[in-house]
Design a protein around this ligand. Structure first.
Ligand code: FPP
Length: 250
């Protein structure tokens, strides 16, 4: 397993190591153009491509995106089918390009409910890119924060292990990357919508009115600039992490 998880750093860091994104606004983007909602999701894949490139260029090491939530099954059948088709499209046409760019792929989420073919495609994409180190891209599919906590607890119980914060963290489906430093939600809504509930305890949140299909490197830079202004205290006081000028601490 990749030794990526690390202890949180207090203070501010110019570039977040791990960025998570709720890619919202595809439906509205399509609606404004009198297109079916799936057209917005297709355009969303283009935006994702741009953001992967921009993250690599800026030195982000982990990008985690919410592509299909546990709750998205209740959307209209045509939209669910369109999103499943998009996943199949990404597996067929994007994995090689991502691998060439040095991207390691993971698909955190519940594999139940997905076809055998897709499940095999996900596993092949994960194993085929496991030696890449430039960027870890987690595409959360059929994922829910509550599902993740519950599956981690079930796993520990089945193994007869004690449930502690550490053991539960290690049993979640994002254990290979550690917690996100920054979570961006596009589309103007200001909520987490069952994304990384366990992992976002100390994540900095940035909400953008930009609809996801319009999101680009400039919008990413706006979010990174907002992050750079934040002071991360992880429960400590400002004085503890910002010693007064002139004072020296061992
Ligand atoms: C939320 O926008 C977006 C989704 C439910 C799907 C996100 C998927 C992609 C961006 C495509 C990437 C997919 C794969 C398989 C890699 P919304 O539909 O809720 O937008 P709205 O709030 O405007 O209706």
């Amino acid at each position: 397993m990749n030794p990526l998880p690390s202890l949180p750093e207090t203070g501010s860091s110019p570039v977040p190591r791990h960025v998570a994104i709720v890619m919202d606004g595809n439906g509205r983007w399509a609606h404004r153009r009198h297109l079916p909602r799936v057209a917005g999701h297709k355009q969303g894949v283009e935006a994702l491509r741009r953001v992967v490139k921009a993250c690599i260029e800026r030195g982000v090491k982990v990008l985690t995106v919410f592509a299909f939530s546990s709750e998205n099954w209740s959307r209209p059948q045509a939209e669910v089918a369109g999103l499943l088709d998009l996943l199949a499209f990404v597996l067929r046409h994007e994995v090689d390009k991502l691998a060439e760019a040095g991207v390691r792929l993971h698909f955190p989420g519940d594999r139940r409910g997905l076809s055998e073919r897709v499940v095999q495609g996900l596993a092949a994409a994960e194993s085929g890119t496991e030696n890449n180190h430039r960027l870890v891209l987690n595409v959360c599919f059929n994922y829910g924060g509550r599902w993740d906590i519950a599956q981690a607890a079930r796993r520990l119980a089945a193994e007869g292990r004690e449930i502690t914060e550490k053991s539960l963290s290690e049993a979640t489906s994002l254990a290979h990357v550690g917690d996100p430093d920054l979570m961006i939600r596009t589309g103007g809504e200001m909520r987490i919508s069952n994304f990384l509930l366990w992992q976002s305890a100390y994540t900095e949140l940035v909400f953008s009115p930009c609809l996801w299909p319009d999101f680009d490197a400039e919008e990413l830079d706006r979010a990174l600039a907002a992050f750079a202004e934040r002071e991360r205290r992880f429960g400590q006081t400002g004085e503890q992490i910002r010693p007064a000028a002139g004072q020296h601490y061992a």
